[in-house]
Design a protein around this ligand. Structure first.
Ligand code: HEM
Length: 294
């Protein structure tokens, strides 16, 4: 089993102090341990626009959390491969919390008006979140492989190499599929009523929660762009909001979603019916009907 576990991919810089301390005898302080001075030097707005620093910090903060999420994904994949589902679920808990944080970050940016954004938008040039290497790594490590992102515009050679490795190595979706196979299960059997393997089913539920939160990020980001850009194209050259809307079809674990919904769905004739007046009445798995026409 261990032969399927790839070496962790360590983003730059490697663990350990970045530079030798100026004076090795000086005791560590909050600022020196966290390198706060360096951190605060990393926000370099290119205009005097009040909102540009907020825009930079929001992106940087989310990129830091992307890095944390990638660490958890590696742990989750390894734990599933080793049948350590307690560890996998613990890391999934953290991963979903980290993913949930990104929503709050985006929320802060909704306080930026289109006019405020326009004050510095020209300074962005062709740079765009589309070029975020870690975002593509996250997609690949979670379960989505898209060969087109191997040559991400703006990426360095080292970053392209990281993307190539992420693309080639088993991801969390692969690890979970192999775990199912080892137990002779399919997604449909996993969610079947009475299926006794609770730890695997609960892990699947956690994966679906993560997938849903990631999807929420895609949705909230799209809405942010609708509000800030309207129908104008993005700085990365895409159609902007229209392009982002097309990404809402992306899921990491579509087979699990589908299998779960099949099990919980009521028989077709009970899920919807057309009343005499033409209104469609929708049924829910709990047995309550709601008339959406009212
Ligand atoms: C007002 C704020 C923002 C605007 C107007 C905006 C705009 C856009 C647009 C138009 C795109 C499509 C590609 C393009 O043509 O540029 C995009 C993609 C993207 N943006 Fe943003 N963005 C904003 C905030 C953020 C933040 C805070 C992040 C956090 C890292 C982010 C991450 C991304 C990512 C990862 C993509 C690629 C999405 C995909 O391909 O599925 N964006 N953004």
């Amino acid at each position: 089993m261990t032969d399927t576990i790839a070496e962790p991919i360590t983003p730059n810089p490697p663990p350990g102090p970045a530079d030798a301390p100026a004076n090795a005898d000086e005791p560590l302080s909050y600022g020196s341990y966290l390198e706060v001075a360096d951190l605060l030097r990393l926000q370099r707005p290119r205009t005097d626009a009040h909102d540009e620093k907020l825009f930079i910090i929001t992106h940087q903060a989310i990129e830091l959390w992307f890095s944390c999420a990638l660490d958890e994904l590696e742990l989750i994949r390894t734990a599933i491969d080793r049948e350590m589902f307690g560890q996998a679920r613990w890391s999934l808990r953290r991963l979903t919390r980290v993913t949930g944080l990104w929503l709050g970050h985006l929320d802060v940016l909704t306080t930026m008006t289109p006019a405020g954004f326009n004050e510095f938008r020209g300074a962005l040039g062709e740079s765009s979140g589309f070029q975020s290497v870690q975002f593509r790594e996250l997609e690949m490590a979670s379960g989505l492989r898209d060969r087109r992102y191997l040559n991400l515009p703006g990426a360095t050679d080292e970053e392209r190499e990281r993307l190539r490795r992420r693309f080639q190595e088993p991801n969390v979706a692969d690890a979970f599929t192999r775990a199912l196979e080892r137990r002779g299960l399919t997604p449909e059997k996993l969610f079947a009523p009475g299926q006794p393997d609770e730890e695997l089913r609960d892990t699947a539920e956690d994966l679906l929660e993560y997938d849903a939160l990631f999807h929420q990020w895609r949705y909230q980001h799209w809405m942010l762009v609708v509000r800030a850009l309207g129908t104008r194209p993005g700085s990365g050259g895409s159609a902007g909001a229209a392009f982002l809307r097309s990404t809402l079809d992306k899921w990491f674990y579509p087979d699990l979603h589908e299998a779960r919904s099949q099990v919980h769905a009521a028989p077709a004739e009970e899920t919807s019916e057309v009343e005499g007046d033409g209104n469609v009445v929708y049924g829910c798995p709990m047995g309550y009907g709601s008339d959406l026409s009212t």
